[in-house]
Design a protein around this ligand. Structure first.
Ligand SMILES: Cc1cc2nc3c(=O)[nH]c(=O)nc-3n(C[C@H](O)[C@H](O)[C@H](O)COP(=O)(O)OP(=O)(O)OC[C@H]3O[C@@H](n4cnc5c(N)ncnc54)[C@H](O)[C@@H]3O)c2cc1C
Length: 418
């Protein structure tokens, strides 16, 4: 087998597959190396196994939803964006549908539809596929990139694209190899930390399992710093678990929690169960429901909040078995304050291995945003989660992977012809 290629792609996730396809479409001889026996293992897990291909929002919104250095991607998205991702799959016969929050899925509801489409395209373009062949190192003469090494020997190429992903869910093959390869040619890697991760709480109700399994819709969770400033706020669904909180609102807040935990022991979170209503609205609503009732508040306010949460808040104030008439204005205000401004205490998130996305990665100052080429050594390119870019779940990371893959693949091909 020939071991000489124009472009070598390291990693068969969404970034790597798109990079290899694009480089091959530009007429280069491409090899893709993936350590697993099949590509796209992590991609298959996204969107609950349905593959959250991309998100149908304007580019500015995409960038807003990529809190980890999203602005680095302006140039990438000017070359290939979420609409192009959708066209790519539609043109290859994949019907797509939009769900809540702009999330795009294949109509088949199967991740395999997406992964198989990419794999078919790689085969049609005669990309040399090396599955179950991990890259051990990248080879350079100190002046420029020369190729890669595997257990089967050395492979040469003028361009090498690193798309090895982050370091979360290492069983998928994303084990941080790319950081090591990047460092070996002089790149720096910013501190790695878990993002899109469930959050542990130290509050007693967690150990007491009072709310375990309860889910809340469209509540606002905020992260508060030591100066009492809100540094992130997300209105989404939330789930109480045996260790704390999970669900989209918690996942989105987790990277901010981890950033504060670098200098703090614990982080304060605030939960607003009624983001669309004011304290006054709620005082009036409570009065309307209970004022004329002779029932205890836990019964008179049935339906105001999910039953367990209602009882929990009423008991905190000590008024669950009182009637409205027996309750003081201050007690009602305290109850409403729990509903609007409940303070929770976080002390950690899941570790990197069980978080969805890695924060940190290859230092962006050392990567040209226009072509995703290394500024340290000619011939090296980066795409996907290996870069110091992280987005919220909801298709933003996958969009980043596909779009940076496209840009790196295009410019790696140009470089190979130069
Ligand atoms: C459970 C779960 C759910 C998620 N849900 C969402 C979601 O809903 N929306 C969203 O935007 N993001 C989601 N993500 C994140 C998203 O999947 C990743 O950001 C995305 O897959 C990154 O793509 P990538 O191509 O950069 O890296 P990866 O998909 O991690 O692919 C990297 C590939 O490189 C291979 N590799 C690594 N080292 C080597 C080596 N030395 N040699 C050869 N191959 C190597 C790996 O085996 C792997 O296949 C989720 C992640 C998880 C774990």
């Amino acid at each position: 087998m020939s071991k000489k290629f124009d472009v070598i792609v390291v990693g068969g996730g969404p970034a790597g597959m798109m990079a290899a396809i694009t480089a091959a479409m530009n007429g280069t001889k491409v090899a893709l190396f993936e350590k697993n026996k099949r590509p796209g293992k992590k991609l298959l897990m996204t969107g609950g196994g349905r593959c959250n291909v991309t998100n149908n929002r304007p580019v500015d919104d995409l960038i807003f939803h990529i809190p980890g250095n999203g602005r680095f991607l302006y140039s990438t998205f000017s070359q290939f964006d979420n609409q192009d991702v959708m066209s790519f799959f539609s043109e290859r016969g994949v019907a797509l549908k939009e769900e809540d929050h702009g999330r795009i899925f294949p109509v088949s509801d199967k991740s395999a539809t997406i992964v198989n489409t990419l794999k078919d395209e790689l085969e049609q373009l005669n990309v040399s596929l090396h599955f179950k062949e991990p890259i051990e190192k990248i080879i350079s003469d100190g002046e420029r990139i020369q190729g890669v090494r595997t257990a089967e020997g050395d492979y040469s190429a003028k361009s090498v694209i690193l798309t090895t992903g982050g370091i979360t869910y290492p069983s998928t093959g994303s084990q941080g190899d790319g950081y090591r390869f990047a460092k070996s040619v002089g790149h720096h890697v910013t501190p790695l930390y878990p993002t899109e991760s469930p959050i542990f709480l130290t509050d007693d109700f967690v150990a007491e399992k009072t709310l375990q399994g309860l889910s809340l819709q469209d509540v606002t969770l905020s992260v508060i710093d030591e100066k009492n400033k809100t540094i992130a706020s997300h209105e989404m669904d939330l789930l109480f678990t045996h260790f704390g909180i999970s669900g989209p609102a918690a996942l989105r807040c987790s990277s901010f929690v981890n950033q504060l935990l670098r200098t703090q022991q614990t982080v304060t979170l605030k939960l607003d169960c009624f983001p669309d209503k004011t304290v006054n609205d709620l005082m009036e609503e409570v009065a309307e429901l209970a004022k004329t009732s002779t029932k205890q508040l836990k019964n008179a306010l049935a339906g105001f909040l999910p039953e367990r949460l209602l009882l929990f808040f009423l008991e905190k104030v000590g008024i669950s078995e009182q009637t409205y008439g027996q309750t003081s204005k201050e007690q009602l205000e305290e109850f409403v304050s729990y509903c609007k401004n409940w303070s929770l205490t976080a002390n950690k998130t899941f570790g990197l291995e069980k978080s969805f996305v890695t924060g940190g990665g290859v230092e962006l100052k050392e990567v040209n945003p226009k072509d995703l080429a290394s500024k340290k050594i000619p011939g090296l390119y980066f795409a996907g989660e290996v870069l110091d870019v992280n987005g919220y779940t909801g298709g933003y990371n996958i969009t980043t992977a596909f779009c940076t893959g496209y840009v790196a693949g295009t410019h790696a091909a140009y470089n190979a012809f130069a």
